[in-house]
Structure formats: C-alpha cells, structure tokens
Design a protein around this ligand. Sequence first.
Ligand code: SF4
Length: 238
Amino acid sequence: MLRWSPGADERWQDYAVEAGADTTVLDALVEIQRGQDPGLAFRYACRVGMCGSCGVVVNGRERWACRTPLSTLGPGRITVRPLYHFPVLRDLVVDMAPFTARMRAVGAAFTPGDGERRDARISGDSAERQEIDEAIECIGCGLCVSACTIVAHNARFPGPAALNRAFTLQRDSRDAARSTRWGVLLSDDALARCHGQANCTEVCPMGLAPTRSIIRLRQMATAQLFKWPRYGPHAPEP
Ligand code: SF4
C-alpha cells in the first residue's frame, strides 16, 4: 500500500489480511484500519458500487475498492495506490478539485436559453436523447482521468469525463451554450489532444465509453465545419 502524509516521504507498506471468497479491497482496507493501522486514510461511502468515492489503483489498474474482490486479483502481493493525476491529501485520499475544475473548463453545466423553460422536455425516444443515454450515467468517480496518459502530460487537456459530459450537452438541443462550448472543444488542448488510446473506456466502472463521446464530438465538429448534415448534431448515429 502506498502511504504518504504531509511532511513524510512516500513509502510502500505491507499488510497481511485474511481474505474470504467475497472479501473486497475495501473490506481489507477497513480491516487494516481497524485492526492494524488506525492512521491509514482512504475514502468510501456507499460500499455498493454507487458513489464511486472509493476509487484507487489496484495492481496498476483503476478500480472501485468496494467492487474488487481480492479473489479476482490472483495469488500473491496486491498493490494499492491513490488515483493518478490528482494531488494526494493523505495515503489513498486524493483532492478531486482538479476534476471539478476540468468540468468547469468545458462548461459542464446545462445552460437554458433566454426565456427557455427550465423543464423543457426531450422525448425519451428522440435521437438526441437516445444517443446520450449511456454517457449521462457518469457519476464523476475520476477513474478515467487517472487512466488517461494525455492528462499526465497536458494540464490543459479537459480529460475523458469532462469531454464525455460536454458531449451530452452538445447533443442537447435545449442547451444554449453550445457555440461557446465549441470554442473550448475546438481549442488546441481539447478534442485534438485525445490519442484514442481508450484507457478511459477500459477502466470506467459504469461501462461508459468516453472515447466514443470524444469521437462523436469530433464528427459533430467536422460536420459543423463542412455543414455535413450527415454527421451533424441532428444526424442519426453513424
Ligand atoms: S466516465 Fe466513468 S470512469 Fe470517468 S468519471 Fe464517469 S463514471 Fe467515472
């Protein structure tokens, strides 16, 4: 387990834990904290894979601790460290403020038009609603951002979660900030920076595909550029 606290050096510390068939990484962390090391810091809330707050890197891969049975990790030593690309507050607890800052940078809040009724309805079977059906299930756990290598090298890159969110808004005909948001998305450090490695999609515990959202945004942007209705925001899915 990677341990760190303000003023101390980073260090790996070993703990032995009795594991049953259903023991999860989170169960092990709680047992260590209660029985071996009360100073160990980690974050969790729901314990049932709903809130996403127990995100850590286990054996080099981003996972929710509550949804990762030790039995699925194979024999031998298991490594647990905090999410990458977030400032560490202590041990496995990271500061999620950069996540919110990235969301804010792409204008992740729905913006109703002037005089637009806030509760304007989009029918559930409309093309625009159907297409964002998956993407709106993001719960902001940050695992995709931790897995994204571009985020590591470019602090101005919004990252997969923010671009996924931007897609759900650019596809929403009620949102009045789309042209402003295109300005951000078409800037040097946004859509153009994704290398399509799909690490984000691979680790998303909600089964979302931020990579697909980025590709769709690129298609919509290109269509805007060339006025290609086929790929435009109102186009049926290719
Ligand atoms: S896209 Fe998935 S991994 Fe990324 S923040 Fe949302 S739920 Fe978490």
